[in-house]
Design a protein around this ligand. Structure first.
Ligand code: MG
Length: 393
């Protein structure tokens, strides 16, 4: 029997953190009256607490699906789009066609130029919730709906070394290495002794077998990035992430042609339309789609497009409560060329308590590998602990 969407609701969740994302405050940085810091290294705004937007879809027959999008900055914008634009359009619709609904919602705002940003973030949350709902209705995980699970576990690289000094960051990486992790990514934006010193110290501390990656945070012109990456290559850099401003497609392509390691990018790109131009220009060897911004429909299409262009996938992991992370593991597990998935240890582990499995097994990340939940839909749903963190509307 056909079911219909009865209600679409957004919730903002706030989770305090001890140390701000990207580590302690640096010289000249301060918290403004709304709780944000501008990081001087990459001129980017971050909040002092973690936030996220949950999206709940309820049907007339009493089924529920859960989604989530990135909400660390201005989460009220997403909630306003849900309440004013998306919910009234979806009420009364058959929920069993997530990709069709995604395309229809995208079309609604195209002529106004909403190809990305908060509007697409909102659509990502809705899309995840509708795939979750469909999986739960059919009693299968989202990976089955996408064509089938290829990987039972996914290699995880440790992302970010949030310690104040370089010796402390090397020691911190070694702690993770002792737990069985083989891949490590450092953030150039907080490498106060210089990017090459950071790379050298990590290589010395972690030994020749470790995979070391650098996130360059969009800071360089193409010639600067080429000079820098060539120096890092001599220490066997695994990939160089986000070397230049995302708008500089030709510059990034020039970097990709001029260095001996893959350029990685994509966390800020939400649809195949944004990916297509970068792939056509051969800007990247590693694609990093972020589920919290793409949703499942676009993530799967981006994955297929990257694979058709011989680009490996190493999905990004943003700040979230665990729902879009579970969606990312579900969709990633279906991808053929998947050397790594990012692992944000300071977010994934503490937030596991905010979700519970829909089956018998929760998602996990241990000894260098993610394992997936075994239940239907995303395989996880909000727990009681999550609802305690919801900010009243
Ligand atoms: Mg990054």
């Amino acid at each position: 029997m056909t079911d219909r969407i009865e209600r679409v609701t957004a919730y903002i969740v706030e989770i305090p953190r001890d140390v701000p994302y990207l580590g302690p405050l640096r010289e000249g940085e301060f918290v403004n009256r709304r709780g944000y810091i501008v990081r001087s290294g990459n001129r980017t705004l971050y909040p002092t607490s973690d936030r996220s937007v949950l999206l709940r879809v309820d049907t007339e027959q009493g089924l529920t699906g859960w989604g989530e999008t990135y909400g660390i900055v201005a989460p009220e914008a997403v909630r306003a789009i849900v309440e004013d634009v998306v919910a009234p359009v979806l009420e009364g619709r058959d929920p069993s066609a997530p990709a069709v609904i995604h395309e229809d919602l995208y079309d609604l705002m195209r002529v106004r130029g909403f190809f990305g940003g908060f509007y697409l973030d909102t659509l990502a949350a809705v899309d995840i919730a509708l795939w979750d709902l469909l999986g739960r209705r059919l009693g299968v995980p989202v990976s089955t709906l996408l064509g089938g699970r290829r990987h039972a576990q996914i290699a995880a690289y440790v992302s970010g070394l949030p310690r104040a000094t370089l010796p402390e960051r090397v020691a911190f990486a070694r702690e993770w290495q002792a737990k069985g992790f083989r891949g490590f990514k450092f953030a150039a934006v907080v490498a106060d002794d210089g990017v090459e010193a950071e790379m050298t110290a990590l290589r010395e501390g972690l030994g020749p077998a470790a995979e070391i990656m650098a996130d360059l945070h969009w800071r360089h012109t193409a010639p600067e990035a080429i000079r820098l990456i060539r120096r890092l290559e001599t220490h066997r850099l695994a990939f160089a992430e986000a070397p230049c401003a995302p708008e500089d497609i030709e510059g990034i392509a020039q970097v990709a042609r001029s260095v001996g390691v893959p350029v990685a990018l994509g966390e800020e790109l939400r649809t195949v339309h944004e990916w297509q131009s970068r792939l056509a220009a051969r800007c990247l060897g590693v694609g990093q789609p972020e589920m919290g911004r793409t949703g499942i429909t676009q993530f799967a299409r981006i994955g297929a497009l990257c694979q058709a262009n011989h680009v490996a996938l190493m999905p990004h992991a943003a700040v979230g409560v665990g729902l879009f992370m579970a969606a990312s593991l579900q969709a990633s597990s279906t991808l053929q060329r998947l050397p790594w998935h990012e692992y944000q240890h300071s977010i994934f582990d503490p937030n596991l308590r905010l979700t519970q499995p829909t089956g018998t097994r929760h998602m996990q990340c241990e000894a260098g590998f993610y394992t997936l939940p075994d239940g239907p839909g995303l395989g996880v749903e909000p727990s009681e602990a999550m609802f305690a963190q919801v900010i009243p509307a």
